[in-house]
Design a binder for this molecule. Sequence first.
Ligand code: CRA
Length: 844
Amino acid sequence: QKYKIEKKPLLVENLLSPYLGSDFKNLQKQIVYHLEHTLPRNTKTFQSFGTYLATSYTIRDRLLQLSHDTQKYYNEKKVKQACYISIEYLMGRFLRNAVLNLNLEEKYEQALAGFGYALEDIYDEEQDPALGNGGLGRLAACFLDTLATHNYPAWGYGLRYNYGLFRQSIGSEGEQVEKTDVWLQFPYPFMVENHFLRIPIGFYGSIETYVDEKTKGTRFKWHPSEYVIAQANDILIPGYGTDNTNTLRLWSCRPIEELDFDKFSLGDFKGASENRLNAENITNVLYPNDNEVAGKELRFKQQYFLVAATLHDIIRRLKEQKRTIYELPDFAAVQLNDTHPTLAIPELLRILLDEEMLTWEEAWDITQRTFSYTNHTILPEALERWPVKLISHLLPRHMQLIEAINWKFLEKVRKIDKNNGELTKKMSLIENSWDTLVRMAWLAIVGSHKVNGVSGIHTNILKNIVFQDFHSFYPNKFVNVTNGVTPRRWLHACNPKLSELITSTLKSNDWIYDLAHLSKLREYAENEDFQLKWAAIKTFNKRKLQAYVKKELKIDIGCDGVIYDIQIKRIHEYKRQLMNVLASIHFYLKIKKMSKEEKTKVQKRVSFIAGKAAPGYLVAKKIIKLINRVSNVINNDPEIGDLFKVVYLPNYSVTLAELLIPATDVSEHISTPGCEASGTSNMKFVLNGGLILGTLDGANLEIMENSGEENVFAFGITSKEVPQVKQRNIEQGAWNLMPEELQSILGIIEEGKFGEADEFRGLLEELKGVDRYITGHDFIPYIKELENVMSTYQKPHKWWKMSILGCAGSGWLSSDRTIKEYAEKIWGIKPCPLPKIESDKELG
Ligand code: CRA
């Protein structure tokens, strides 16, 4: 049975030149053209990688055409657009997503089959650009997919790092080994260098003061002493089932002067290239920290480089439409993805005051109406504060403007400050602690018209604790927009069998762009036949993972009747991978003590963990080492056999997640309550019929609301109760409050069962002392809930009902819903679909 593939007819053929016709013969011609002219190879020498490149270039051609049409149309309509500024984008592989979104899968399959290639294998030739660390960057990528799919006029702005997030392998001692990610060593066919856009960006220098002849007021002008060039690199973003194609513009840094010829002539070859190397440094490397600030001058330069180039581009595009600077807030809604792009606020103010010659009132009004800010974390180590000294040196005019913003803001605060300046001190954008520091989050709040958190609980914590004073000061500024994920990549593309089953059951594929339709699956939750099909797909996906583990890690794991229990995310103390591995030791010891008879009743399980640790985060690296040591002992213990395995999968990436998520029975989201702002992989698992074992934190809570509490394995206390537990730990010592089971596990580690006796001392000292993340407190409830997971798995009817109901309730977790909220509550933008041309004539 065939179903309509997309709601709106695809118009590619009609809009494009005949060259881009999409019957499979035409596609073959295009592929061969690129093979011979772009690579260049010839039809005798091409291999899989060349075929991947040539195929990708044909996709790029199509997207280029569509994006021209899209931009032309948006410009004609003068629609308001969203500009998303983010220092990270974790896009994942491009080809499959583009082919599916353009609805060309069958045709490309046919075209490549003619050359003896399977499209599926060609997809695997692509490397995964890792220009982000974790959830924040992946969220930005999901948003781009949704914005294009739902025809929103939107741009993404970011940085084109030469080296993405490091590649991780595991050394012989179980430790993390990091290697540079040289992702540009081969061409990346989906990125188009835009040589027409080169923007000078200044640093350092001095400020000139002069009197404005017209107004007789004082004016300022910044004279930077150093310049670099920002060059645009565009990645075109196709939407699903639409012609609208948006742009992600990534800036790379070039020197003003490539080579100092005078120095070169004098034989100073190193000195001659200094300029180039210094400039390229700016966009060289992605800082590998997640939820933590690096605090390095180069990082600060990256941040300014990003926002200066972006604002220049936005204003250039505004003026291209012959509109005045006063119209900026009606032209663009600029979203600051966390505080990393906060310098956009003083930068815009500088442009408006010093270049456009506006008054302060006008400039400040435009600035506030243009920006909005998303907060993604409340962890104190992630709240950015930059030294005033550093800012004054690098960007003297911007520091002056931050001081002026602060002065004007505090004037208002003082009026309500009844407590000896206490409030003024707390709300000041500038803090005097170990140094004089600018609080970037405060600046972002003051300079934006809306501030949002990324889940219900997170926004409440922002309003009531972290930004409490600001919330009282600006009661209407704070809103919640819970995160979401794109169902195109995270179900339709990564789990084709489940996608087919859902489409054939619902007799429509409308769910792909309106995920709320999944609720209709509820009526099948207890249908035995449907459950069998559902479960069979899970097994199919698990077999793929089983084969991967065998091939890559040489570990034999079972599949049928074995629970695949997965925790994949950055390694962080608050995410408590340590608690997970301690529980593994608990189960290991328990099985070892069992009689033969008892062992036959054990529910088999594989515990998978994957995730990178920031190279400078030593505790997180120790956790990785412990996991690998424990895995080694358990997996090689003949008394355990296939009853239990612990598998650490190296080099976690978007591509690996696409393999793991569809294959998961239960996934763990066990952060200390209050610490995980939202989490987004939890949403992806539910969408793929995986169950959640989680704490009352982040988006877990909203998953419980939407999929039903009874369909989530939840445990532990609420975030409100956490401070009391922490306080007790401090007062009485965590060791004294720790359950005996855990004490004895720590003892076993200390004895050296998993490596040298001293190896993990630091990790354990924290647990025994303060135990900031309350692992001791939560350990027993966690183990009990894991046992509940295992016994529920033995009741397949109940398990699959929970799994189906989870998925049926996940409509709300789509990034389509999230973006609709941003568009309506914050940006004031509307969809602007390209007009349809009513002809289905195949050209070419
Ligand atoms: N590390 C949060 O910790 C959240 C994402 C996206 C994070 C996650 O809980 O799902 O953002 N925070 O909103 C962050 O990066 C700087 O803060 C994350 O990815």
